[in-house]
Design a protein around this ligand. Sequence first.
Ligand code: HEM
Length: 349
Amino acid sequence: MNEKRNGCFILPVLKTFITSKQNVIPKPATTGRRPPLHLDPPEHTPYRKAIAPLLTPRKVARLKPIIHEICAQLLEPMVSNGGGDICSGFSSRMPVLVFAHWMNLPLDEVERLERWGRQYNIATQTGDAVSTKEASDALYARARGLMEERKIRPLDTKVDAVSALLATRVDGEPLPEELIIGTIRQVLVIGVIAPMVMIGSICVHLGRDRELQDRLRRDPSLIPAAIAEFLRLYTPYRGFARTAVCDITVHGRTIPAGEPIALNYASANRDEDVFEDPGTFRLHRPNISASIAFGRGPHTCPGAGLAELELAVALEELLARTKGFQVDGDIFPTRMPEIGALHVPLKFT
Ligand code: HEM
């Protein structure tokens, strides 16, 4: 039987907190509902179920050679120039290009998507509302166009996210088209900003810690463990929001029903009760799985495997193509809800 406390019945956690009211703080000027992130279970689940099988370790591993190729191509001009801004020159572009491949876009589309994705990325981070809207509208239009194309010529649902969304049925009915478009748009944005910011943060750290940089260069097998620790230490999405459906007391503080609260993942990942010496980078922390860089629960990041692969390959390629690098100028930080570096000038040696 449910226990009554604080004026409401204690419900299972999933029903106590919802995401659909507001998913970040402060509330952004959104252009529409974008599943699965903006919905709660069970409504969000069919969208997740359509995408998640395309992001399994086996599916993602197939992209590894392409990611190496993309990283190598993007790094080449920086290497010839002896360095540059790793974010604008490399990390703002790489995740969009990878995403375009994952979405099975034709090659001539990749360049356009990269331009809009990159513009959106930089514009949201610099608070340029006009440029953000322009890029957002373009991304929505592209998502719509892609859906229309797949309606006429569907691809294998085992390899194509849009076709999988179009083929999904709930009680025999297809998913609403506006929400399919919202999903495509959501995945594009959520999947490109964090890797960009994260690569910036990793470069700042390694630019200042030459010993670790050289160690990873000498032994690339350490890179996946280093990425996990970087994700804990520099959690790129500092947090999302949830709203309690009834008054609830957590650690002696009452969260009133209906009031959105920020969940600070970046702070949790530096909780000294969980991680010993939390501000220090440590390879192979025994409890690294307690990191919540990719969230927890029904909204846990389904793209975590792809993100980790992108980050590992990017770092491997950067280390292999340089003898050393250091920060060479001012670093620009990102804004809420991301946390990390937006511009990182590097000098290669
Ligand atoms: C370093 C890179 C990334 C980080 C740190 C990250 C982090 C997160 C976090 C913390 C959430 C949970 C949000 C919440 O609790 O409300 C999330 C959700 C999500 N992520 Fe990622 N993400 C990354 C990359 C990606 C990539 C590459 C993709 C896809 C290709 C992706 C797709 C998604 C989607 C679709 C959701 C929403 C899931 C749902 O609501 O059920 N993410 N991500």
